[in-house]
Design a protein around this ligand. Structure first.
Ligand SMILES: Nc1ncnc2c1ncn2[C@@H]1O[C@H](COP(=O)(O)OP(=O)(O)O[C@H]2O[C@H](CO)[C@@H](O)[C@H](O)[C@H]2O)[C@@H](O)[C@H]1O
Length: 470
C-alpha cells in the first residue's frame, strides 16, 4: 500500500504535542511491514530544517481565493526518519517558528492543504490512501471529492485520524472563498451549525475515521464539543485504534536525553540517579516520593486543578511527597503554579515552558506521573512513564482507561480514579504516598510496567486493516 500522511506536526521536525509523536513514528512502522508511507507537513523554521539536507521536488503556482502565490515542496535527502519526509514552503505564511497560535492559522493550514493537493495533481502515480490527521488537514477529504480542480484525485481513498476532537478549525462561511471552486450543492459536507467545520467535514467525507483509542470513540458520541450527533450518525465508518509508542526512541536503555541509562534489571539504581538529578536541579527532597505532571496546562488535561490538589495534599496528607510540574498553557494556571513556589519546603517546583530533554529525565526520574485529564483521546505520557518504570496516576477516561489497570486489581500497576475532581485526585496522591513506602510492591509494579507491550507493531496492523478494507 502507498500511503501519504498529511499532518501539521511530525517529531522530530516539529512537535507541539502527541500528534507529532504519532506522525513521527507510525509511518516508520508501516514501512517496516513493507508498505510505503510518506509524510507531508508545512515547512516551519525549526532546527530540523536547518540541520538537514533537502532536495526541491516540486515548484508550483496556485491560488487561495483571489490570492495567488508560489509554493515549493522539498524532501529530506536521506530518509533518515524511516520514511520520506516532504515539507511545503509558502513564503511568509508557513515558514514561522511555531506550529500554531497565529491569527492567520486558518489561511496557513488551508493554503497548506491546497498546496498538498496541487502537488499530488502533478504525481504520475497517486497514493492508495491519503491519511489526514486532525482538523489542520481536515478539508482534504472534502476537497479531493468535491473541488473541481482535484477531480483527478477523487478516486483516492481518504482516512481521518482524530487525535483531539476539542479543536475543530471552525471558519465562518465568509471564508468559503478560500476553498478552491467546488460543487456548491455539496455545501452541507463542509457545514456544522452554520459554520465551516473542517473536522466535521472530514468526518463526513473521509472513507474511514479512526480515533486514537476505543474508549475515546465511545465517549465522542456523548462528549465531543458539539459533534455528538455526527459521531452517532457516522459510527459505521469509525474505529478506535490505540496509539503505540516508539519504543526504540522511548527506551531508558538508549534514550539520548538521559544522563543515566537503565533497564528492568537495574531499574532501582537507574531511576534513583535520574531522580537525584531532578532533586538537585529543582530543590526537591530525594527521600520523598516524587509526583510529576508533564503536558499542556489546559482544562482538558485537568491542569487547572493542580494548584489546589498540591495545596490540599500538603495540608491534608502532610508534606510527605514532592511535586514537579512541567508545562505551559493557560496564563492563569501558570500563575497559580508559580504562586506555590515560594511556599515550597524543598518539595515543590514548576518549569513553565516546553522542554523535550527535561520531559525525558522526568519520565525516568519521577516515581509517579499524574494525569488528571478531563478528556484524553489516548495519552502517550502514561505509556512513556510505564516504559520508564514510573507509576501513572490517571483518571479513568479515553485511552487512560484502555491502558492503565489500578494496582488494587488483579495484575494491576497504576493508580486510577473516576473523577477529575480535587478530592479524587488528592486521594490518589494519598495512595501514591502509601504505595511508595511498600518498596517490594513498588518494585514489582515497576518491573511489570516496564515489560508491558505498548509498541506500534500491534496498532499499525489495525491501520493496515483499515486501509485494506477500502
Ligand atoms: N511542556 C512540555 N515539555 C516537553 N514535552 C511536553 C510538554 N508538554 C507535552 N509534552 C510532550 O508532548 C506529548 C504529549 O502527548 P499527549 O498524548 O499527552 O498529548 P496531546 O494532548 O498533545 O495529544 C493528543 O494526541 C495524542 C496523540 O494521538 C493523544 O495521545 C492525546 O490523548 C491527544 O490529546 C508527550 O510526548 C509529552 O512528553
Amino acid at each position: 500500500m502507498d500511503i501519504l500522511h498529511v499532518s501539521a506536526e511530525c517529531y522530530p521536525v516539529a512537535k507541539a504535542g502527541g500528534l507529532g509523536d504519532v506522525v513521527g513514528a507510525l509511518p516508520k512502522y508501516m514501512n517496516a511491514l513493507g508498505h510505503t508511507a510518506r509524510v507531508v507537513m508545512p515547512m516551519y523554521r525549526t532546527k530540523f530544517l536547518y540541520t538537514n539536507d533537502w532536495d526541491v521536488v516540486h515548484k508550483g503556482n496556485t491560488n487561495m481565493g483571489n490570492w495567488w502565490f508560489e509554493f515549493t515542496v522539498i524532501k529530506e535527502k536521506t530518509d533518515k526518519l524511516g520514511f520520506e519526509l516532504y515539507l511545503v514552503d509558502v513564503n511568509g505564511l508557513l515558514d514561522r517558528e511555531k506550529v500554531y497560535g497565529y491569527d492567520d492559522d486558518t489561511e496557513r493550514f488551508t493554503a497548506f492543504q491546497i498546496c498538498v493537493l496541487d502537488w499530488l495533481n502533478s504525481w504520475s502515480q497517486h497514493p492508495d490512501i491519503i491519511h489526514v490527521h486532525d482538523h489542520q488537514s481536515g478539508l482534504i477529504p472534502f476537497m479531493v471529492k468535491h473541488c473541481l480542480r482535484y477531480r483527478g484525485l477523487a478516486h483516492i481513498k481518504t482516512v481521518l485520524t482524530i487525535h483531539n476532537a476539542q479543536y475543530q478549525g471552525w471558519m465562518p462561511w465568509a471564508r468559503s472563498i478560500l476553498i478552491p471552486q467546488w460543487d456548491m450543492w455539496k455545501w452541507g459536507m463542509l457545514d456544522w451549525n452554520n459554520t465551516i467545520n473542517p473536522l466535521a467535514s472530514a468526518i463526513k467525507c473521509a472513507d474511514k475515521v479512526t480515533t486514537v483509542s476505543p474508549s475515546y470513540l465511545d465517549e465522542l458520541k456523548y462528549m465531543s464539543n458539539g459533534l455528538e450527533a455526527l459521531f452517532e450518525y457516522e459510527k459505521g465508518k469509525c474505529v478506535g485504534i490505540l496509539n503505540g509508542i516508539d519504543d526504540k526512541h522511548w527506551d531508558p536503555q538508549v534514550d539520548e536525553y538521559l544522563e543515566h541509562h537503565y533497564s528492568v534489571s537495574d531499574l532501582e539504581a537507574g531511576k534513583a540517579k535520574n531522580k537525584m538529578l531532578l532533586c538537585d536541579q529543582f530543590n526537591l527532597d530525594f527521600d520523598k516520593p516524587l509526583i510529576g505532571f508533564i503536558g499542556r496546562l489546559v482544562g482538558e488535561k485537568g491542569a487547572d486543578l493542580l494548584p489546589q490538589v498540591i495545596s490540599d495534599s500538603f495540608y491534608f496528607i502532610g508534606r510527605r511527597m514532592n511535586f514537579l510540574v512541567l508545562g505551559s498553557g493557560f496564563p492563569e494556571v501558570e500563575a497559580g503554579l508559580a504562586a506555590l513556589k515560594p511556599l515550597s519546603q524543598y518539595d515543590y517546583n514548576v518549569f513553565v515552558g516546553y522542554n523535550e530533554g527535561l520531559s525525558h529525565t522526568m519520565y525516568a526520574g519521577l516515581d509517579f506521573l499524574l494525569m488528571p485529564s478531563r478528556v484524553e483521546p489516548c495519552g502517550l505520557n502514561q505509556m512513556y512513564s510505564m516504559r520508564y518504570g514510573t507509576v501513572p496516576m490517571v483518571r479513568r477516561t479515553g485511552g487512560l482507561k484502555d491502558t492503565v489497570v489500578d494496582f488494587g486489581e488483579v495484575n494491576g500497576y497504576g493508580i486510577c480514579y473516576d473523577q477529575a475532581s480535587i478530592p479524587d485526585i488528592t486521594h490518589a496522591v494519598w495512595r501514591a504516598a502509601g504505595l511508595y513506602h511498600d518498596k517490594e510492591k513498588m518494585n514489582l509494579i515497576r518491573k511489570h510496567m516496564m515489560t508491558l507491550d505498548f509498541s506500534w507493531e500491534t496498532s499499525v496492523r489495525h491501520y493496515i486493516d483499515v486501509y485494506e478494507s477500502l
